[in-house]
Design a protein around this ligand. Structure first.
Ligand code: HEM
Length: 448
């Protein structure tokens, strides 16, 4: 148990708390009608909401989880727990600057708009610190498991995404620099693909390859399907982004072919991964699937749906037309959905380790599953994923009112789940289960 407590990432739960606040704030912007589909995809409100979602919610969530998860898969500690706090502070502070900068550009305030590159620089610093903290144990681990290799590859794409984003921000706010940044001023779709595909999706695949077998007692060795998902995903995204960037300077036919081959490889990687996920569910030893992994099936389905739509739009030569809905499905359905479902296990697990793990053998201690009441979570998960599905339909049909009505469902469901996470953290259900007599062990205690 001491080993487990020592491996506990001290800042992961506060990071999750901040990530959830950013998620709800982004939903607030959409509900307020300052983003797509009420406004254009390049409107300041849309860009602010997109970055609140991808940096404030998903990046914090992913790094917070990796601070806990990387020491487990590498059997090596993080460089430092304090660097996890530094990452949180830099990402939050930089994000405030970026969001303010986007709105200042919209309001025609050139001086205040400088908050965009300034915030972007601070976010980039936070990313570098976070990558250093998890990259060192990953690079020192031999042999590195498939999830570790996927996280490492994802990190390379994260650095690329941030470099491209920072270049856009500088070029927009200091036009004199644009000619010098020209080689990096790729299409915004390459920035989005590197971030959502290269970083988030590859890393989420790697995390799923560890978490699903761990909690469902399925074989961890993934064989050819896991390797195919990793290699084809990496090569495909590198090819699509590389050719996409190069196409900004040359319209040569081979570049178009390379880009299409990249997209085909990514689609094949997603198919291999989803097939492998089905195998994990089928070969599990645990008869009853816990709520978080039942709900995660919807997130995997959204990965399939988003990829199928992307293939459809690319094949009909209208990739840009479908881009906003695909980004919505990937951010809310696949990545956000997977995040919310896995939090439903990770929060009680970390709470148990930090609060009750040290009390083992010293009286009544609840089990991890006593910290949640699974049947309470199902309506929220169902409402969330229904909201995303209907939101995608309204997004495709261009109905802004319908889309925002779905966001109401999504926000209600998110808040409902936040209450459940909070209750798990407070030991609410465990106290109800064991009665007042056992209150002392269930009261929050400081970490050992
Ligand atoms: C994980 C990191 C990131 C992801 C996944 C990401 C994703 C995206 C997406 C999806 C868009 C398109 C939004 C739309 O068209 O409405 C976008 C645009 C943009 N991003 Fe990022 N972003 C990330 C980090 C950053 C950073 C650190 C900066 C630096 C300031 C940045 C600056 C920008 C800018 C300026 C645009 C607008 C570009 C244009 O319209 O020409 N991004 N990003």
């Amino acid at each position: 148990m001491t080993v487990l407590s020592n491996r506990l990432s001290r800042w992961t739960l506060p990071i999750f708390g901040c990530a959830l606040v950013n998620f709800v704030a982004a939903q607030g912007l959409i509900l307020a009608g300052v983003t797509w589909p009420a406004r254009s995809v390049s409107a300041p409100g849309t860009l602010a909401a997109v970055h609140l979602l991808v940096i404030g919610w998903l990046l914090l969530l992913m790094l917070g989880a990796l601070f806990q998860f990387v020491p487990v898969i590498t059997a090596r500690p993080l460089v430092s727990q304090s660097l996890a706090l530094a990452t949180l502070i830099a990402l939050e502070a930089g994000l405030v600057g970026m969001v303010g900068g986007f709105f200042a550009i919209g309001a025609g305030h050139p001086a205040l708009a400088m908050a965009l590159p300034a915030g972007g620089a601070v976010v980039s610093l936070g990313v570098l610190i976070g990558c250093w903290n998890i990259g060192i144990p990953l690079l020192r681990s031999r042999p590195l498991s498939l999830p570790g290799r996927m996280v490492l590859t994802g990190m390379a794409f994260l650095l690329l995404t941030v470099t491209l984003g920072f270049s856009f921000a500088l070029a927009v706010t200091v036009p004199a620099l644009a000619p010098y940044l020209a080689p990096l001023l790729a299409g915004v779709s390459d920035h989005a693909l590197a971030g959502l595909g290269g970083w988030f999706t590859l890393t989420a695949m790697g995390a799923s390859y560890k978490l699903l077998p761990m909690f469902m007692l399925a074989p961890e060795e993934r064989g050819i399907a896991g390797k195919a998902a990793h290699v084809l995903g990496t090569v495909g995204i590198a090819l699509a982004v590389g050719a996409g960037v190069a196409r900004e300077w040359s319209v040569a036919e081979p570049l178009r072919v390379a880009e299409s081959m990249g997209y085909a490889a990514v689609a094949t990687a997603v198919a291999a991964f989803l097939w492998d996920i089905v195998r994990i569910y089928r070969t599990r030893k645990r008869a009853v699937i816990e709520a978080h992994n039942r709900a995660a099936i919807a997130a995997f389905a959204f990965l399939g749906l988003g990829s199928a739509l992307a293939v459809g739009f690319v094949m009909t030569d209208h990739p840009r037309a479908g881009a906003p809905v695909i980004v919505f499905i990937v951010v809310f359905g696949w990545l956000g959905g997977l995040g919310l479902t896995q939090l439903y296990k990770i929060v009680p697990f970390l709470t148990w380790l930090s609060r009750y793990g040290i009390s083992l053998g010293r009286g009544v201690v609840p089990r991890v599953q006593d910290l949640v009441r699974e049947r309470r979570s199902y309506p929220w998960f169902a409402l969330y994923f229904l909201g995303v599905l209907l939101g995608a339909v309204f997004g495709l049909s261009g109905s802004s009112h319908g889309f925002r009505a779905c966001l109401v469902l999504i926000t209600l469901a998110t808040l409902g789940l936040v209450i459940e996470y909070w209750r798990a953290w407070r030991g609410h259900y465990a106290q109800l289960l064991h009665g007042e007599s056992s209150t002392p062990p269930f009261l929050p205690t400081h970490r050992g």
